[in-house]
Design a protein around this ligand. Structure first.
Ligand code: ATP
Length: 216
């Protein structure tokens, strides 16, 4: 489906300071349902800090965040239940299988239908390897399992912060193809990256961040 006019994430005037340094500076953005929105910028541009504020992991100094029409100032709980995210490398139990790691997330979240674990494993191309220990996975497989975990509760918005971090070219292709497949199924995605090529190949729209400000 083409992107609709519905805004699933709206950020206005978002600002964060560490000491005297402003690392996110009056950021405005709007993400439409069904689009892949790229958040591009060099290391230190403020991408992770902005995402961490959107997810309620870091406090902001100013600004407004609306997720699926909810102002997070009214509480993060209800809107975040409809968001899935991975921030850099997801941490899983190394000695458990991929499937058992997902079972733990499903238990912790609650309300995940029994068949959903098999569905997300298929979506990320890990069927057949789900009984193998997490520690035996390649980095690309680990990252795909991370995305599977973020998809378990069928989030309306998926936020991926540097999903290709540390991956070799083949691993990057795996992640790119997965993002494109999810996008074709209508998944709304925010993709943070410092890699122009990655963003260029999968995103509908891109914001370029530098020094905490949107420059393009
Ligand atoms: P990267 O791709 O390297 O993760 P980024 O665009 O995500 O880069 P951030 O991690 O958001 O950038 O960092 C933005 C700026 O904020 C950097 O200058 C960083 O040093 C600073 N910063 C981040 N977290 C903290 C912190 N807890 N205390 C002090 N400064 C911080």
């Amino acid at each position: 489906a083409p992107p609709s006019s519905e805004i699933v994430l709206r950020v206005s005037g978002l600002t964060k300071k560490y000491g005297k340094r402003t690392v996110v500076d009056g950021l405005d953005l709007a993400v439409r349902r069904g689009e892949v929105f790229g958040f591009l910028g060099p290391n230190g541009a403020g991408k992770t800090t902005a995402i961490a504020m959107i997810l309620g992991l870091v406090a902001s100094h100013a600004g407004r965040i609306e997720i699926l029409g909810h102002d997070v100032a009214q509480g993060y709980g209800p809107p975040l239940r409809r968001v899935g995210a991975i921030v850099e490398t997801p941490a899983y139990y190394p000695y458990l299988s991929g499937r058992d790691n997902l079972r733990l997330i499903a238990l912790a979240r609650g309300g995940i239908p029994a068949g959903r674990i098999a569905d997300v494993l298929a979506m990320v191309g890990l069927r057949g390897r789900e009984r193998d220990r997490f520690s035996s996975y390649s980095l690309g497989m680990k990252q795909r399992l991370g995305i599977a975990g973020a998809l378990l509760h069928e989030p309306e918005l998926l936020i991926l912060d540097e999903p290709s971090n540390g991956l070799d070219p083949a691993g990057m292709v795996e992640i790119r193809e997965l993002i494109l497949r999810l996008a074709r199924e209508g998944q709304t995605i925010v993709l943070c990256s410092h890699l122009l090529a990655e963003v260029q190949q999968v995103c509908d729209r891109v914001m370029i961040l530098a020094g905490g400000r949107a420059v393009a």
